[in-house]
Design a binder for this molecule. Structure first.
Ligand SMILES: [Zn+2]
Length: 307
């Protein structure tokens, strides 16, 4: 192994409920790539809280993640996981990147070094040339931009905000049925619309700041309707050949997550096939659509969802 070790990371940035869980599984399916779900949550939820890995083991028992944890600690002597989580949360928060706060504050290099060591440990244990991180949050992408030892590639995944809103509401209803989060009200549609627009504008900033050949915007709907074109764009941006994956999607193959952790429960559902979820189109009333569209019209138009 050479002294200078650069790890390629394909980072998926965008709104929640944009189809990133299934995409994460597809992106990690070839040998040579490891997709791990929302890596921003690994240390706190996978290790400290022992949430389940997609393989069925708890995060602190799964042989793969136990190996990664040991390798990470070996790379970062004296590492305290709880302190790392605090550092990560503070650097990944978007507020500091919207103001000048982060440029005036020391410690970014340390967060970048520790996080790079985590990616390197994953690449080493999985024996891959690229790690897929579907954390989605723009603040993490901005915090890792320019990190030494990382070769960051950015995929801005966009989904029609009305589909995002429908999925968020459906998830809330499911939680209610399960008897959890009974003290939380569902977000009003207007708030979801504003949040969707904001996250996408921040994801665009991530793409703008990156090397233009290493960042791309792609739509969930195109993944569903034209996977060959979708994956051609991802291949060019990541310099990893996804043509076989694209063909498998066209052929209707099923894909299984192996060690994805800390994210949407879809990862635990066993092998999955792509399915275009269009329930929102008939689910929302005209009034509800109007509420959403009036708050996010510019962005719906920008991505080709409205004329
Ligand atoms: Zn596992």
């Amino acid at each position: 192994m050479s002294e200078v070790e650069t790890t390629r990371v394909l980072y998926v940035v965008g709104s929640a409920r944009s189809g990133s869980t299934i995409l994460d599984t597809l992106l990690g399916s070839p040998s040579g790539v490891a997709s791990v779900g929302e890596l921003t949550n690994l240390v706190q939820f996978g290790w400290m809280n022992r949430e389940l890995c997609a393989c069925g083991e708890a995060g602190d028992k799964c042989a793969f993640w136990v190996g990664v944890r040991e390798a990470w600690h070996a790379r970062v002597p004296g590492l305290n996981e709880a302190e790392y989580v605090k550092r990560a949360r503070s650097w990944e928060r978007i507020l500091g990147w919207l103001t000048r706060v982060n440029s005036l504050r020391p410690g970014l290099a340390r967060y970048q070094r520790e996080t790079a060591a985590l990616y390197q440990s994953i690449a080493e244990l999985a024996q891959v040339e690229m790690v897929v991180d579907s954390s989605k949050i723009p603040g993490r992408a901005l915090a890792l931009a320019g990190a030494p030892d990382l070769d960051m590639r950015y995929l801005h995944l966009v989904r029609d905000g009305r589909g995002v809103a429908w999925s968020l509401r459906k998830a809330f209803e499911k939680n209610l049925e399960a008897g959890v989060q009974h003290d939380i009200k569902p977000l009003p549609l207007a708030s979801i619309a504003r949040r969707w627009a904001l996250v996408n504008s921040l994801a665009e900033r991530v793409v703008r700041q990156a090397n233009s050949q290493h960042a791309v915007r792609a739509r969930y709907e195109d993944l569903m309707q034209d996977p060959l074109t979708f994956f051609a764009a991802v291949s060019a941006m990541s310099e990893f050949d996804y043509s076989n994956v694209a063909q498998q999607v066209v052929d209707g193959a099923a894909f299984a997550a192996d060690h994805a952790i800390a994210g949407n429960r879809v990862r635990m559902a066993g092998p999955v096939r792509l399915k275009h979820d269009r329930a929102w189109e008939s689910g929302f009333s005209a009034e509800e659509l109007q509420t959403f569209e009036s708050r996010a019209r510019r962005w719906l138009r920008r991505y080709g969802y409205l004329n």
